[in-house]
Design a protein around this ligand. Structure first.
Ligand code: PA5
Length: 425
């Protein structure tokens, strides 16, 4: 399943430090379960792997079938926690090329006029549906994208047909998007009011786009249920990960780089950065979350990691069993001098790069955490998502902040609205 390997941390922390911080981690997790910490009205995600709305989940599956029937493309309009989780899971679980089923495109996460114009052109002669996702229902990026896409859909389809092309995920009762959905009688899914966007990937927010990509969402939930049970025990991997992060942070290691040797995890890294960045970066505190895909980025960021400022640590995700493997062929001329690898497979080389890099970076003074993941499938992704969510909550409470709000996100919005001349209510 998933194992947290801390064997490369010996030079950077002592057993006593770990024991002390583990006590803090246990108290922090207790606060999550008994809802006694800051932001406790945003803990809906904690029991969700079991308490989710079963009727809604079957509607999610039905909607995915409807969209697959009516469309070639699904555009998911949302920003931040309203799209990063779905994008992460879809990239991780679908093949690099020749994606099966529906094409999934993300919009509403940028205000780039070029992106939106190109998307319009691309969609023009295609049958497409939109899943617009916004908890508040008022987020500018998402609202603008939806207005443009909805305009296109209204020109393309009759009123009744629109019902098979627009699916709204928003608050149960309030917000502009809810009003639009009610007005047009669109099918709606709920962003639970007690769940922040970045903790919502296992709800309809993430599961509808994921199901549309042909991924088995039941298996994802199974993974989340398994880790939910595993994390109920003390000395679990979420407590350990949160404890180690906080020990390192106190010692001045205030940048964490999440790394994978599988490029399909690039968007998982992005989801993780939002989860930890938006949860912990407040009150002038917090580890700065960064990410790399190796060995690719060893040829860009590797120099800094090996020899730059010693304020960073690495969390390496190792996938034990690749989805596919390929042998390195023998070449009788051996002009590239690669015959020493012939008969070996590519995954062996990738794994060796991983082990060698951990070794070299550790020697260079970088603390190394390793997350060993048996394989990259639905179950393990569900496991990993919930593991990181719980770790983040524990880590945030140890840090002494509220891991469930994001007051700082408002600053750019109010400046932008002022400059755009948005009418005050
Ligand atoms: O994690 C969060 O809460 C945020 O990133 C939100 O998801 C993001 O700001 C989008 O908000 P909304 O879903 O209200 O459009």
């Amino acid at each position: 399943m998933i194992n947290l390997n801390l064997s490369n941390l010996g030079d950077f922390l002592t057993n006593e430090e770990l024991e002390n911080m583990m006590n803090e981690a246990k108290s922090a997790q207790k606060k999550v379960y008994d809802k006694s910490g800051d932001g406790s009205d945003y803990l809906g995600w904690v029991d969700y792997p079991f308490s989710y709305d079963k009727e809604e989940l079957s509607r999610v599956k039905k909607a995915a079938t409807t969209i697959a029937r009516s469309s070639d493309v699904l555009v998911v309009a949302g920003i931040g926690g309203s799209y990063l989780g779905a994008k992460a899971v879809i990239s991780a679980l679908t093949p690099y090329f020749e994606k099966p089923g529906l094409e999934i495109i993300f919009a509403g996460n940028t205000i780039s006029s070029t992106y939106m114009s190109n998307l319009k052109d691309y969609l023009w002669d295609k049958d497409f549906s939109v899943n617009v996702i916004s908890k508040s229902g008022t987020t500018t990026e998402t609202a603008i994208a939806f207005r443009i896409l909805f305009n296109m859909l209204k020109k393309k389809y009759m009123k009744e047909e629109l019902l098979e092309h627009v699916f709204v995920t928003t608050d149960k009762e309030k917000g502009a998007l809810k009003q639009i959905a009610d007005e047009y009688e669109f099918e709606t899914f709920v962003v639970p009011s007690d769940m922040g966007g970045r903790y919502s990937v296992l709800s309809a927010v993430g599961l509808l786009p994921i199901a549309c990509a042909g991924i088995d969402i039941d298996k994802i939930l199974k993974g989340a249920q398994a880790v939910y049970n595993d994390l109920k025990k003390d000395d679990n991997i979420a407590q350990k990960y949160a404890a180690v992060r906080n020990i390192l942070y106190k010692k001045g290691y205030d940048i964490e780089i999440l790394e994978a040797y599988e490029p399909s995890l690039v968007n998982f890294n992005e989801w993780w950065k939002q989860l930890f960045g938006e949860s912990e970066g407040k009150e002038l505190k917090g580890i700065f979350p960064a990410s790399c895909i190796f060995s690719t980025d060893l040829h860009s960021m590797g120099q800094y990691i090996q020899e730059g400022r010693r304020n960073l640590f690495e969390t390496v995700m190792e996938i034990k069993e690749p989805k596919c493997n390929i042998d390195i062929p023998f070449d009788k001329n051996n002009l590239d001098n690669l015959n020493y690898l012939s008969g070996k497979d590519l995954n062996y080389v990738n794994n060796t790069a991983l082990e060698a890099t951990i070794f070299a970076h550790k020697e260079g003074g970088v603390p190394e955490i390793k997350l060993e993941i048996d394989e990259l499938d639905e179950f393990h992704i569900g496991y990993l998502v919930y593991f990181f969510e719980m770790s983040c909550a524990i880590s945030g409470y140890i840090l002494g902040i509220n891991p469930f709000n994001q007051p700082g996100v408002e600053a750019y919005k109010s400046k932008m609205f002022e400059m755009l001349g948005k009418p005050k209510k």
